[in-house]
Ligand binder design. Structure first.
Ligand code: SAH
Ligand code: SF4
Length: 344
């Protein structure tokens, strides 16, 4: 049997391991409390365990499979961690503090198969899916680095999480179930490029996660320019899935809209988007493009505000964070691309 990863162990995995190691079953509960209630993955620091058990756990389990390789700080207290995986691939997680709350942004894949033309994460296609424990470990690195458990988690890092559904769902299970980490699903946002079958699988989970859908355009032709290839679903199907999400899960959906100058930022686009948002009860997250590709430009600030005003005038809730659109936060995928270039 291959080694099991501690961050994704179940109670029954741990009980049988502890028994195999000739220890009483109550030790399993102690270990699981260290892992899921104290966010501790190093058996050496599980001080209420006998020394021998601590040593044995290290040989029988993958305790922490990843490590922080590099840190990059933005001017707005945002910190991006480049996390190196056991096969030397890398992903990013971002720590985003604000006055009211602490948010962690996590990745779900190494690279991304969707290949949106403006996005650094999709540049080299998909390398591989992350395992559930690799997703959970990002959270643990963030906690160790910031010293706090986050108020919110957003899956807006590298990858299309709904295309790695089983592993994402397993990680979400550990993060939200009361016996494990027990965070409220209401504080977790899953962002998708609009992968419709994945939205329906998320509905099947039946938990009140926040669904954020990267719409980026109000007509299919423009959307196909931004998201080429088979994974670009028709807007009508996406909107239907959003309606079903709201009906079944009871939560308003968010539309993400990465603003690209001259592509999707006209007044007419804003007006259509406003109508769509009202009809589908969606909030809008406007993300001014953080320039990672020469092909696209970030709109001028005045155009961004104008676009936002058109939405707000008809009562749509708009989130726009200009100050965090800077170097570190918005362009998830950039650090990893730099890392790949450095290795070459
Ligand atoms: N794959 C998922 C989640 C990861 S991307 C998705 O596409 O939704 C999260 C968000 O970051 C998406 O809305 C995406 O459009 C946006 N994004 C990616 N690169 C960006 C960049 N360089 N500037 C602005 N937004 C970007
Ligand atoms: Fe993938 Fe999202 Fe980047 Fe598109 S925006 S390439 S779906 S990570």
């Amino acid at each position: 049997m291959s080694l099991r990863a501690l961050a994704n162990c179940t109670y029954s995995d741990m009980e049988s391991l502890v028994k195999d190691l000739g220890q009483p079953v109550f030790r399993a509960k102690q270990i699981m409390e260290w892992v899921f209630k104290h966010y501790e993955l190093d058996p050496e620091r599980m001080l209420n365990l006998p020394l021998k058990l601590r040593k044995d756990l290290k040989t029988k389990l993958i305790c922490m499979s990843s490590e922080i390789k590099e840190l990059s700080k933005g001017d707005d207290k945002t910190t991006k961690l480049l996390i190196s995986l056991s096969d030397k691939e890398a992903v990013e997680m971002v720590i985003i503090p604000s006055r009211e709350r602490l948010t962690f942004c996590l990745s779900t894949q190494v690279g991304c198969p969707v290949g949106c033309r403006f996005c650094a994460s999709g540049e080299g296609g998909l390398v591989r899916n992350l395992e559930a424990h690799e997703i959970i470990e990002q959270l643990y690195h963030g906690i160790a680095h910031s010293g706090s458990f986050p108020d919110n988690i957003v899956f807006m890092g590298i990858g299309e999480g709904l295309l790695n559904f089983d592993k994402l769902a397993a990680a979400l299970g550990k993060i939200t179930e009361a016996d494990y980490i027990g965070m409220s699903p209401r504080r977790i946002t899953i962002s998708t490029s609009g992968y419709v079958p994945g939205i329906y699988r998320l509905i099947e989970l039946g938990k009140p996660f926040i669904l954020a859908v990267s719409l980026h355009a109000v007509d299919d032709a423009t959307r196909a320019e931004i998201i080429p290839g088979k994974l670009c679903y028709p807007i009508a199907e996406i909107l239907q899935a959003c309606d079903d999400y709201e009906k079944e899960i009871g939560r308003m959906v968010t539309f993400e809209y990465t603003m690209l100058a001259g592509i999707n930022d006209s007044n007419a686009d804003a007006e259509k988007l406003a109508k769509m948002a009202r009809r589908h009860h969606a909030k809008i997250n406007l993300i001014p493009y953080n320039e990672t590709s020469k092909e696209f430009k970030r709109p001028k600030e005045i155009d961004i505000f104008n676009f936002r005003d058109i939405l707000e005038k008809v009562g749509v809730t708009v989130m726009l964070r200009l100050e965090k659109g800077g170097k570190v936060n918005a362009a998830c995928g950039q650090l990893r691309v730099q890392h790949i270039k450095d290795q070459k």
